[in-house]
Design a protein around this ligand. Sequence first.
Ligand code: PLP
Length: 391
Amino acid sequence: MRYKTHKYFIAGRINLIQRSKIRELFERARKMENVISLGIGEPDFDTPENIKEAAKRALDEGWTHYTPNAGISEFREAIAEYYRHTYGMDVPMENVIVTAGAYEATYLSFETLLENGDEVIIPDPAFVCYVEDAKMAEAKSVRLPLREDNHFQPDPDELLDLITKRTRMIVINYPNNPTGATLDEEIAKAVADIAQDYNIYILSDEPYEHFIYGDAKHYPMLKYAPDNTILANSFSKTFAMTGWRLGFTIAPEQIIKDMIKLHAYVIGNVASFVQIAGIEALRSEESWKAVRRMRETYNERRKIVLDYIQKMPYISALEPKGAFYVFANIKETGMKSEEFAEWLLNKAGVVVIPGTAFGKHGEGYIRISYATTKEKLIEALERIKKALEEL
Ligand SMILES: Cc1ncc(COP(=O)(O)O)c(C=O)c1O
């Protein structure tokens, strides 16, 4: 069948969605030869074998049907149990909904809790989906600058200044994409106190919680403001399961019930055998061993990137203690972020993401992802070093 050339009517809300600005860069990189990408935002590891086996077994055992919208009870229980074991928090399974990754978790949060005229405070720089989620919910994004001087953590006084009568939610994401920053406990508590005092929701997106290094610790916002926090989490990064589309939200039970209404008509339920594999992921020591191995490998690569950056002219970076990104300061090159990314691709055949892809406060920075093999990483860093030395 051939479609006639036709101008289709498309709903205005779809035109509001901005496709990623970095797409063009990737497109061009794809057509070039011998390019190494440090632009990737997903683990280069394969899903641990025991999790894959569990999915195969589940298929053979007939897990091929619909499940309850909120997810299989045993899986929701396993998620609740995981929070009890890991953080000592008592999370009843009624407070859990299984989602198609953290993307769906954040989308559900915006759609369920915000409406026309509401304001949502979104850090700048921040992962790209929140601003787009806000547009779809017809909410106004108010950006909260994250500064290198503050180790890319929110300044509670600045946060207070942004709060108005219409502020309904603040987005928090630590360990952070794109900066690799982690959150100090005192800042977590300060944000929690502000949210409680002003009756604001905290959407805490925590998919990198297991990728923290050195003396850093993860402080889940749920612990500090349980009644205000909507936790978005995912199996994508923790267990290298990006393609499985598995995540979850923890929130007060009434909010979960309302999220289920929307989820039921969009996703229905997350694939049944994928949920069964999720139980294996959380309950088996084998998968946690794999997580520890991935963390060690990321940490090794993180050090390689930092060592190289120290040896390079015109570029510096704060030590990131989380996720798998380094947010490097390139202001001394005199180039803007996009210009730098462009220049680096042409000169060295290396892809990095301009900081401005994450908000205007990302100007002067580039995001380097170390979710790639050690060999490729070293080759890319050698190329960047050489390019900068010749600048
Ligand atoms: C901070 C953050 N949140 C959410 C997501 C979406 O992850 P997923 O939907 O695969 O769980 C990502 C993916 O890169 C991310 O970096």
